[in-house]
Design a protein around this ligand. Structure first.
Ligand SMILES: C[S@@+](CC[C@H](N)C(=O)[O-])C[C@H]1O[C@@H](n2cnc3c(N)ncnc32)[C@H](O)[C@@H]1O
Length: 271
């Protein structure tokens, strides 16, 4: 599938993210999902936020989960390892899909995780044969999706009745013109599609979902960041996969969070 150049220049900065991560870790004989987490859980709150999503998903070993915008595959592997469910990840960035596949192979998780390259704004073109899935996740991806209602309708069509869809995105809580770019999810304002929690609820409801009250996960993200700061620095981080400019982008997230312009928000929707 053809790539959006701005998107690939933003996320596809490091040619071989899996190689960079494994080399920085010293390619140990025993490798765990927690060793990879500082580099492959690409969202605020890291592994702790994914664990909260897993609690909300309510899936088990007989279920199939779709992870939309799966990145390096950290959330998909944590969901599979924790619940036994089979997880299919889809992502637009070819180098991320290759890295997710390689890291799952390295962890002997190719049987319960798979990663495919595709544009999730075109879910309606996937056609019959894909799905149904028992649950789906969208973790820090909606900021790159302009027409959320159309996209959520596509997700609705891929879920089995009663299936849960857990959204965990950075959402707009203040004046968008005060936000400084580049951010970790978008290099410029014109490829950023931040929306408020109430806009998400309206789009999900309009797509046919039953929607729970949004939960602001800022406290969870702050606690996770404080734990990371208190521990010795891990050998890998998101800079390993996004390059040296990541620290500057991440500082802009911190500033926008502190100013109340954005917040990491979780919404549980049910088909
Ligand atoms: C901030 S990362 C989050 C990755 C992963 N969900 C996680 O939490 O670790 C955002 C991801 O969304 C992907 N993405 C953005 N727009 C997309 C689209 N239209 N279709 C598929 N993937 C997309 C990017 O390639 C990137 O991997």
């Amino acid at each position: 599938m053809a790539n959006d150049t701005a998107h690939d220049e933003h996320y596809g900065r490091v040619d071989d993210p899996a190689g960079a991560i494994l080399s920085a870790l010293g390619d140990p004989a025993t490798l765990t999902i927690d060793d990879l987490a500082p580099a492959d859980e690409f969202h605020l709150g890291g592994a702790a936020a994914t664990s909260a999503i897993i609690d909300a998903l309510k899936v088990n070993a007989s279920d199939r989960v779709l992870d939309i915008g799966s990145g390096l595959g950290g959330p998909a592997r944590r969901i599979a390892a924790t619940t036994g469910a089979h997880v299919t990840g889809v992502d637009l960035t070819p180098s991320f899909v290759a890295a997710a596949t390689a890291l799952s192979g390295r962890l002997a998780m190719s049987h319960n995780t798979e990663f495919i390259q595709g544009d999730v704004t075109q879910l309606d073109r996937w056609g019959p044969g894909v799905g149904p899935f028992n649950a789906a996740t969208l973790i820090h991806v909606g900021m790159n999706i302009p027409d959320k209602k159309a996209f959520f309708s596509g997700v609705h069509g891929l879920l089995a009745p009663g299936g849960r869809f857990v959204v965990f995105d950075i959402m707009l809580t203040g004046d968008p013109t005060e936000i400084a770019y580049p951010m970790p999810f978008a290099s410029r304002l014109d490829n950023s599609f931040l929306e408020s929690p109430s806009s998400y609820v309206d789009a999900l409801t309009g797509a046919g979902f039953h929607v729970n009250e949004p939960v602001d996960q800022t406290p969870l993200a702050r606690d996770a960041a404080a734990s990371t700061r208190a521990a010795s620095p891990p050998p890998v981080s998101l800079a390993t996969v996004m390059g040296p400019g990541f620290a500057t982008m991440f500082a802009k997230v911190g500033a926008a969070l502190s100013a109340g312009l954005i917040a990491p928000v979780q919404i549980v929707a049910t088909r």
